[in-house]
Design a protein around this ligand. Structure first.
Ligand SMILES: *[C@@H]1O[C@H](CO)[C@@H](O)[C@H](O)[C@H]1NC(C)=O
Ligand SMILES: *[C@@H]1O[C@H](CO)[C@@H](O)[C@H](O)[C@H]1NC(C)=O
Ligand SMILES: CC(=O)N[C@H]1CO[C@H](CO)[C@@H](O)[C@@H]1O
Length: 607
């Protein structure tokens, strides 16, 4: 197993994750099997209990693990299926060490950061890196380890020390370090001092960088003179300094790295030609390289736009909808459109705002009524939901393509109940405990009073009804198969009592769970594209294989002929991104241990 550790210096948030996943992608194009581990030096045990305002999106894995959004990056770039163990936090490591201590595994010795915590980190990485992540079912060849935070801060110190030891544990040929640094551009002059300082700090901690990736937050490449200077002062060869300036999109980063010889360097440094690669994988690598190149070059020639409005709650924190944005982007590539995404704060659309802040009200509605398509993503809490319901009504009545995800699914049901079935006070028990028309209710199997109540999490099947084969667009987008799998994260569901009334009035629940009891996908017949899902399909999108509901939505928003084309393409050759062996049975999922949760999360309800 070859390990490539990606660390960061100077400041965080300069695209370490993108550089790490792009490196992985490049290695994949040579036929290698690549996996990834993300280390987050915070004390939380998992990301599920963290507030989106603070942390961005909570990303859900097949196995129901709730992790940091960076793992999404790896799944998308590397086209792999990761598990909850691919996320390491300080909290998890400490928990493991403390549990071991309680069990007496350390035989009463003094338990210390070095060696006990650092050993636990190394053991974890070694163990998890060997888990197969793709349809080959084989142990990966390369593992990318992204170290969150910056080298030198208190939080990451145990991990940096663990990596220092790790290079000797696995051997020189199996360990390479990429250090991502910042090169500020001050009035056209590229400054190397911060890079020198951070590389110096890194060396002091016993780690030598094999590659220094210099981030420039401008569209200007790294000057040859700067490169030489860094090479000299940081004691590396010039070909070990890689410039990563801002490019037109993150999908260009792999090509940018490749053009600077990063593949050749790593091949030599890690003796990659010594790794056995099958004909089949080699071919796959070539095809991946070709398709990726096509994707990035075709992007530059796209001028037609598709305008999408996202009506949501955390519109000021775009990271909380990271996967949704990615799904739209991937779909727009496929449709040959440039994505113009507008964010509307759903509160702005409510009656009240008309008087308190008329400008916002009119701006919000202006965006909604001129949109090519309207999307209501997941979210929780009552605030802003009335605005979302009104946007959904607009989409339904004016035949504007609509896509609802999780909360957007539940609200579509509520809107239909109110305005078509004439159940005026239809709502969800999440918003009103004592409602007399609870269209959306708490799922019976989930404990409401118990503080360790669970959510319905992870990859679950949806079965299409027989009749949908004749007309359903969403089924066709999924390649026409009768059963599909998507990731879920919810606690509420459509109230079974109202299903007959809803369907009699024209709402079609085309997809249900395996028992046929839980409504999971709805679609309207007499509408260009009105689809909503209880699941979160955004977690399974791929640049070269967009999530089907999103693809249908973006295609419909681009024009009916685009939708026709995509329906044709998808019905002929859609393949789900998960390997077959990743499918878990409902019973298996039921045995996933409940994750303990804080009170505020329980009250927050669905995502
Ligand atoms: C992505 O992975 C899936 C399942 O592992 C596989 O069927 C598919 O061919 C892969 N796609 C690409 C572009 O490699
Ligand atoms: C949305 O609008 C509401 C009401 O005006 C406000 O309280 C909230 O902070 C806004 N949210 C964002 C993300 O701007
Ligand atoms: C190995 C390990 O402890 N992995 C953890 C990853 O995160 C989930 C929670 O989302 C934990 O339950 C796992 O134990």
């Amino acid at each position: 197993m070859k390990y490539i550790v990606v660390s960061g210096g100077v400041v965080s948030g300069i695209g370490k994750g993108v550089i790490a996943s792009s490196t992985g992608l490049l290695l994949k194009t040579t036929g290698l099997k690549v996996t990834a581990i993300k280390i987050d030096p915070y004390m939380n045990i998992d990301a599920g209990t963290m507030r989106p305002q603070e942390h961005g999106e909570v990303y859900v894995l097949n196995d129901g693990g709730e992790v940091d959004l960076d793992l999404g990056n790896y799944e998308r770039y590397l086209n792999v299926t990761l598990s909850r163990d691919n996320n390491i936090t300080t909290g998890k490591i400490y928990k493991e060490v403390i549990e071991k201590e309680r069990r007496g595994d350390y035989l009463g010795k003094t338990v210390q950061i070095v060696p006990h915590v650092t050993n636990a980190i190394q053991d974890w990485i070694e163990r998890v890196s060997k888990i197969p992540v793709d349809d080959t079912g084989e142990v990966p060849d390369v593992c990318i380890v992204e170290l969150g935070g910056t080298v030198g801060d208190i939080e990451s110190a145990p991990f940096v020390e663990a990596m220092r030891q790790f290079q000797f544990r696995v051997g020189y040929e199996n360990f390479a370090l990429i250090h991502v640094s910042l090169v500020p551009d001050m009035h056209g002059e590229q400054k190397t001092k911060p890079t020198q300082t951070t590389v110096h700090a890194l060396r002091g901690l016993g780690l030598l960088p094999d590659l220094i990736a210099c981030r420039l937050i401008v569209q200007k490449p790294l000057d040859p003179a700067t490169k030489e200077k860094i090479s000299m002062f940081c004691h590396v060869a010039a070909d070990q300094v890689i410039g990563v300036h801002d490019v037109s999109s993150v999908y260009h980063v792999p090509l940018l790295l490749q053009s600077q010889g990063i593949i050749q360097y790593l091949q030599k440094r890690l003796n990659l030609p010594g790794v056995k690669i099958s004909e089949h994988m080699l071919e796959r690598g070539h095809s991946l390289q070709k398709r990726w190149k096509e994707l990035t070059t075709s992007q530059e020639r796209v001028f037609d736009e598709v305008s999408i409005v996202l009506v949501g709650k955390y519109t000021d924190l775009k990271d909380s909808y990271m996967s949704v944005t990615k799904s739209l982007e991937h779909s727009a590539f496929r449709c040959g459109r440039k994505l113009v995404l507008k964010w509307v704060n759903s509160s702005d659309l409510e009656q009240e705002t008309q008087f308190t802040n008329p400008t916002k009200y009119h701006e919000g509605w202006g965006a909604v009524v001129s949109a090519g398509g309207i999307l209501v993503p997941g979210g929780f809490g009552i605030r802003g939901t009335e605005g979302m319901v009104q946007a959904i009504q607009w989409a339904r009545e004016h035949k504007v393509p609509y896509l609802g995800i999780c909360l957007g699914f539940q609200l579509a049901v509520i809107e239909y109940a109110r305005n078509v079935c004439k159940i005026k006070d239809a709502t969800s028990t999440e918003f009103n405990q004592d409602s007399t028309s609870p269209l959306i209710i708490f799922m019976p199997e989930i404990s409401k009073t118990h503080m360790g109540g669970t959510m319905r999490l992870g990859l679950r099947p949806t079965v299409f009804d027989a009749e949908s084969e004749k007309w359903s667009k969403i089924r066709k987008m999924y390649g026409g198969s009768g059963k599909i799998w998507e990731r879920h994260r919810h606690r509420y569901e459509v109230n079974p009592t109202y299903i007959e009334q809803l369907t009699n009035s024209g709402m079609s629940f085309v997809g249900k769970d395996e028992k046929g009891e839980r409504m999971q996908i709805l679609e309207l017949k007499d509408h260009p594209y009105f689809v909503a899902l209880q699941a979160h399909p955004e977690f399974c999108t791929r640049p070269l294989n967009p999530s089907p509901p999103f693809l249908g939505f973006v295609a419909a928003s681009s024009g009916l002929h685009v939708l026709e084309d995509q329906l044709e393409i998808q019905s002929k050759g859609y393949h789900p991104p998960h390997p077959d062996n990743a499918m878990v049975s409902e019973d298996e999922l039921r045995h996933i241990e409940p994750v303990p949760r804080g009170k505020e999360v329980l009250l927050n309800g669905d995502s």
